[in-house]
Design a binder for this molecule. Structure first.
Ligand SMILES: NC(=O)c1ccc[n+]([C@@H]2O[C@H](COP(=O)([O-])OP(=O)(O)OC[C@H]3O[C@@H](n4cnc5c(N)ncnc54)[C@H](OP(=O)(O)O)[C@@H]3O)[C@@H](O)[C@H]2O)c1
Length: 323
């Protein structure tokens, strides 16, 4: 009898654990309550799932997603909405953001704010953080996702283009972390996903020369922030996707080249995002989604530097516009 009760107890503890993992934001306050005692009479009828304050507005998490107008960022918005998060969406294209906001409000009965801004402007992170937190509202989840690639050889691309690129891919995400971390630490809860890339985990590549280094920088900073903030209930994760279906390769003018890559090298944004959200909730610091991408990373780690560099040099013409 005692054993059966203990097993039931374990079962619900596991269910609770799975709920929390699978749906962290939605179920973080999902409590299993034994209405009589803590242990002995644990049966179905005296367990109630206390959802009374689960869906109250005050209790919901709120997520800020940059680059939410397309691709991986829009998918982050969709999956966070499905997990019960209120959202703040930002990017430059107002119409795309508004359309997504309307879709998600209607589908999930959540609050969605839209902030139209250009992260290439050094003042944008302060503006975005101020707008997102006005009236004392919290940002519990930060997804630094906005990004793009600059085609061409390093010295042929104007310096101004490189400077804007570094502002969007490196400085802006770091500034947003810097602006939002203190309040996360105060509340003892935070989730930060920095969308980096597999390119940040392999040797430098010709063409769009700063892309890999910028993403490598983001990976290293995420590792440091994860260690600094873990004890305060904050998880930081660098998500490192490989080739993912989105508008990315149109913007970097590499669509024709990458369309020749085999299908098994590609992932859909929904799977990338699901793995990223699971990873950050579990406290994983670097997440490489997909078996093929993980194999590439392992190969890059195992090969001596010269061999890895030579391999990347040979393959770069398949996916980068170099001139
Ligand atoms: N797709 C891939 O194969 C792949 C692989 C590895 C890593 N990634 C990374 O994943 C992230 C998302 O890329 P994606 O594939 O989803 O590309 P995408 O479909 O082109 O989306 C990029 C997003 O970034 C926003 N953005 C670009 N420049 C911006 C700026 N100056 N200010 C504000 N927002 C800006 C865009 O919005 P607006 O144009 O409306 O501003 C858009 O919402 C990027 O960081 C990228 O480096 C992508």
């Amino acid at each position: 009898m005692f054993r059966a009760r203990a097993q039931t107890c374990m079962f619900f503890a596991i269910v609770h654990d799975r709920c929390t993992r699978v749906c962290p934001t939605r179920y973080s306050s999902f409590k299993i309550i034994n209405s009589r005692t803590a242990f002995p009479d644990l049966t179905f009828h005296n367990i109630r799932f206390d959802t009374s304050y689960l869906m109250t507005k005050a209790n919901r998490h709120r997520a800020l997603v940059t680059g939410a107008s397309a691709g991986i960022g829009a998918e982050f918005a969709r999956q966070l909405a499905a997990r019960g998060c209120d959202l703040v969406l930002t990017a430059r294209r107002a119409e795309c953001l508004q359309a997504l906001a309307s879709e998600l409000r209607a589908a999930h009965a959540i609050a969605v704010d839209v902030i139209v801004d250009d992260l290439a402007d050094p003042a944008a992170p302060v503006r975005i953080a101020a707008a997102a937190t006005q009236d004392g509202r919290a940002v519990d989840v930060l997804v630094n996702n906005a990004g793009y690639g600059v085609p061409g050889r390093y010295d042929k691309v104007a310096w101004d283009v490189h400077a804007r690129f570094m502002q969007v891919l490196v400085t802006a995400p770091l500034a947003l972390c810097h602006l939002l971390l203190p309040s996360m630490r105060e509340r003892g809860y935070g989730r930060i996903v920095n969308v980096a890339s597999l390119a940040g985990l392999v040797p430098g590549t010709p063409g769009n020369t700063l892309y890999g280094p910028a993403k490598a920088f983001l990976v290293r900073v995420s590792q440091g922030l994860a260690l600094e903030n873990r004890a305060c209930g904050i998880h930081v994760c660098a998500l490192c996707p490989g080739f993912t279906h989105s508008e990315f390769h149109d913007v970097s003018q590499a669509r024709e080249l990458v369309s020749r890559l085999p299908r098994w090298m590609w992932m859909d944004a929904d799977e990338v995002v699901r793995r990223g959200l699971d990873a950050v909730d579990r406290g994983r610091v670097v997440c490489v989604p997909g078996r093929v991408n993980r194999a590439i990373k392992v190969l890059a780690d195992l090969l001596p530097d010269r061999a890895a560099l030579a391999m990347v040099g040979r393959r770069a013409k398949d996916f980068r516009v170099r001139e």
